[in-house]
Design a protein around this ligand. Structure first.
Ligand code: BG6
Length: 472
């Protein structure tokens, strides 16, 4: 038996998993839902959008969470989850995004999801916008390039806060807000093709999202005073490729480009290094006095995804695969089957960096290993012997424990894709993250049946012992 008294994780640490609506729900045209940008991205971000929704889009049915949420949440409860992060599909609530009245059927669906979570004593963690901008807003307004999006998003968020504010404590405004410049269509609903998109428009879109996030933070504090509002950034620790000062400077520049979003969310204004970047690029943002005032509404906590680290150099850059932004390959690290560097220590580093820099509680809302799984039968039961996933998660969680011992305040950990889902970057189902296997293949075949993997029992034990069972 594990000695459950020896653990760095504080009492009340929230353990759970995370998903996003477009990657799990399916039912893309049911319940009055409108199309989102995901409905024309059958290949994820690795190919341009299609003109219309096409039948080969796995996200249209995804894993059918829309109809199977009760069964799935029961499995999360069986693992002992105390928190479940999910996103609300904007186009279920406002099918086009610019209506004045919400779609009641969409709201009722999330009522049912919240009922189910409440039944099992699982805390909801809600992402208001996770790569799901209504397609109409992309096609008619060019997404977040338009200032109008601030008002549409605020109206949408107000509806959510008024409806669910008394039931949901933890809210995230935008998933990986710092991915906007790297994936403008998916992240910002910006329809103009990348090649035609100028930096002026991109940075203006970034400003609009930051203002929208701050306005909704204020709104949430007014409507639901007990709520805690967080921003969500894609974290990517960056190492100098060599010890040369020029490489260290290159790291600083890259870091600044990523950290500016967290800086604004926690400090309430743009940092000097960012204003310099704008000046040097010859960009003049349209920032009103009202915007400046709005930005002072800072977040209660910072949440982030962590999958991998990168290197940076002032010399020749050999860029490898990676989560949306990619980066210079680090020759010291192993990689996943999709070429993402595996670096548990990077998680401890990023936790310390964020804590030192922002002094806000941190929430790890995404982390995990995308891998191909093989369904086998053990003692007559279908399962996956995913020791590689257990080892990845174990080593990362050990580093979270180290960061807690370093004095970092960590609220919780939600493993990404706690049930197999459609990948965001490649739109594959074969890139699996889950503790629960879903019988669906890249060609769309499969029964959608759920099977517990070996990691299911492993994670249950980690949660039961509050991290004491981790192998150090
Ligand atoms: C994050 C996204 O970037 O990474 C998720 O917030 C995504 O939506 C996750 O699924 C893992 O990436 P991928 O491409 O393996 O699905």
């Amino acid at each position: 038996m594990t000695d459950t008294t020896v653990t760095p994780f504080p009492t009340g640490f929230l353990w759970g998993g995370a998903t996003a609506a477009n990657q799990v729900e399916g039912a893309f045209d049911e319940g009055g839902k409108g199309l989102s940008v995901q409905d024309v991205m059958p290949r994820g971000i690795v190919a341009p959008r299609t003109a219309e929704p096409t039948p080969d889009n796995l996200k249209h049915e995804a894993i059918d969470f829309y109809h199977r949420y009760a069964e799935d949440i029961a499995l999360f409860a069986e693992m002992g989850f105390s928190v479940y992060r999910f996103s609300i599909a904007w186009s279920r609530i406002f099918p086009n995004g610019d209506e004045t009245e919400p779609n009641e059927e969409g709201l009722a669906f999330y009522d049912r999801v919240l009922d189910e979570l409440e039944k099992h004593g699982i805390e909801p963690l809600v992402t208001i916008s996770h790569y799901e901008t209504p397609l109409h807003l992309a096609e008619t307004y060019d997404g977040w390039v338009s200032r109008d999006l601030i008002g549409f998003y605020e109206r949408y968020a107000r509806v959510l806060l008024e409806r669910y504010g008394s039931r949901v404590t933890y809210w995230l405004t935008f998933n990986e807000i710092n991915s906007l410049l790297h994936a403008p269509f998916m992240s910002g609903g910006i329809n103009t093709p990348r090649e035609e998109l100028g930096e002026q428009a991109l940075y203006q879109a970034m400003h609009h999202e930051l203002v929208a996030s701050a306005r909704v933070t204020r709104l949430a504090h007014e409507i639901a005073p007990q709520a805690r509002i967080g921003c969500m950034v894609l974290s990517m620790p960056i190492y100098p490729l060599t010890a040369s000062p020029d490489d260290a400077l290159a790291v600083m520049a890259s870091d600044h480009a990523n950290l500016v979003y967290g800086d604004v969310h926690t400090r309430g204004h743009y940092p000097g290094y960012f204003l310099r970047t704008l000046r040097e690029k010859g960009i003049e943002l349209d920032i009103t006095d009202q915007d400046r005032d709005d930005l002072t509404n800072t977040v209660d906590f910072v949440s982030f995804s962590y999958y991998m680290s990168i290197a940076e150099t002032a010399g020749e850059r050999e860029v490898g695969e990676g989560n949306i932004m990619g980066g210079v390959e680090n020759p010291t690290l192993d990689k996943s089957e999709w070429g993402w560097a595996i670096d548990p220590v990077g998680l401890r580093l990023v936790l310390n960096q964020f804590w030192d820099r922002w002094q806000k509680p941190l929430f790890i809302v995404e982390n995990g290993l995308g891998a191909r799984d093989e369904l086998v039968e053990v003692d007559g039961v279908k399962t996956v012997v995913d020791d590689y996933r257990i080892s990845y998660l174990n080593d990362h969680l050990v580093q979270v424990g180290e960061a807690v011992l370093d004095g970092v305040e960590v609220l919780g950990y939600t493993a990404w894709g706690c049930i197999d889902i459609v990948s965001a970057s490649t739109a594959q189902l074969s890139k699996r993250y889950g503790f629960i296997y879903v019988d669906r293949n890249d060609d769309g075949s499969g029964s959608l049946a759920r099977h517990r993997k070996k990691s299911f029992d492993w994670y249950s034990e980690v949660i039961r012992t509050n991290g004491a069972s981790l192998a150090r």
